[in-house]
Design a protein around this ligand. Sequence first.
Ligand code: AHR
Length: 494
Amino acid sequence: APQSAEATLHAEAPAGVYDRHIFTQFAEHLGTGIYGGLWVGKDSPIPNTRGFRNDVVAALKALKVPTVRWPGGCFADEYHWREGIGEQAKRPVKVNTHWGGVTEPNTVGTHEFMDLVEQLGAEPYIAGNVGNGTVREMAEWVEYMTAPAGSLAEERAANGHKAPWAVPYFGVGNELWGCGGNMRPEFAADETRRYATFVKAPSGTRIIKIASGANVDDYGWTEAMMKIAANQVDGLSLHYYTMPGGGWPPRTSATQFNEDGWAETLSEARRMDELITKHSAIMDKYDPKKRVFLAVDEWGTWFTPEPSTNPGFLYQQNTLRDALVAAVHLNLFAKHVDRVKMTAIAQMVNVLQTMILTDGAKMVLTPTYHVFSLYKPWQDATVLPIEVKAPDYKRGAWTMPAISASAVKGKDGHIHVALANLDPNRAMPVSIALGGVKAGKVAGQILTAPAMNTMNTFAAPQTLVPVPFKGASIKGATLSVTMPAKSVVVLDLD
Ligand code: AHR
């Protein structure tokens, strides 16, 4: 079998824009995702700006987070926005029935969340309550946030924000097939039509409405939503988590795994390609012009919680394996930019495949954070198809091409190429035919480590960080890269 990979970059056939909203983050009222991870309160000894911790906000700003989805997740379908406005001390304390049964103080509500996205320079993606909320409640929330005038706008002003907020993205419920109400697809599609009708943007503004989409390979759900509700929405979501060990419920550790666990996880991550392809084919039947986009607004690894943490908090560590999972997804999304205009990894801080872990005043950036950072040039760049022929990486029951790749022409005019070597044992020379691309110089960064489960900890936060990569060169029209085993490399061609 050949021990090297060949690739061709098709710069002459650009494939569309890699929408920056593919890098959307998800922040749910779950575990320490909000309280502790983002919000510490104004009086906290942890340095903060109006309650949001400065270290975490600065790290997320550096990542150029474009959008944040909030307040859930499952939490969204039992969230009542009126409980999260007005004087903080007077807000009702509820039980978070989905996540750990802990109390929810409603301290972070609409005004606080909007302040957070403003601090981040991001846009809000608000998820509305279809599950146990009313159409009127949802309509009034939208009016409260966006109306320039009227009594809800006056109430907003009295609560400290005179100017209306822009709400560019609005989710019409979440997982209506499950925690959002256990609805049948036709019923959910009818409910989506009804609720979406009353999500109204003030004149001169636009709210992009996203319907609650399928769980994994529930193609019947996509069929029903497209057939019945597509004309009332702009996007349809899809949720798929990488969950080795036989699927739900999660039963394998984020950090204690052998090579089988590595191979199975990456193989499960690669399944996203098949899922997008098949859901898109159904969408094509009803929407051949691709007006309705696919929003993969929950993806990422889901392992068992770290020992001695509240199991309802979904707090998991993050290793080099997660970094490869992230790169595989970000590369796959490039292949599907005709339909995929938004995705959101779950979740932003302290939950599932997170960017950032916190412990009191301490903060650590995960390997996944570093992958997102390396891919910043992909935001709103033009995708250049890259065809790769790589030898397979085989382990036990799992076989997959060893190399995953994507390429873009960035807003800086440079060509950026991302490669991941999924094989944890063998380095792989990759030879990329650049066609008509004129480039003389290549610079890059690599994320790799000696062990598959290398991670950053509070004691050693810099264990796994990107470092300059010297293994790439250009000769004529060929880019040659020697990819170390289990690595992610991002190159900048000039
Ligand atoms: O991200 C955790 C949960 O996973 C979300 O609340 C829900 O939408 C999904 O089931």
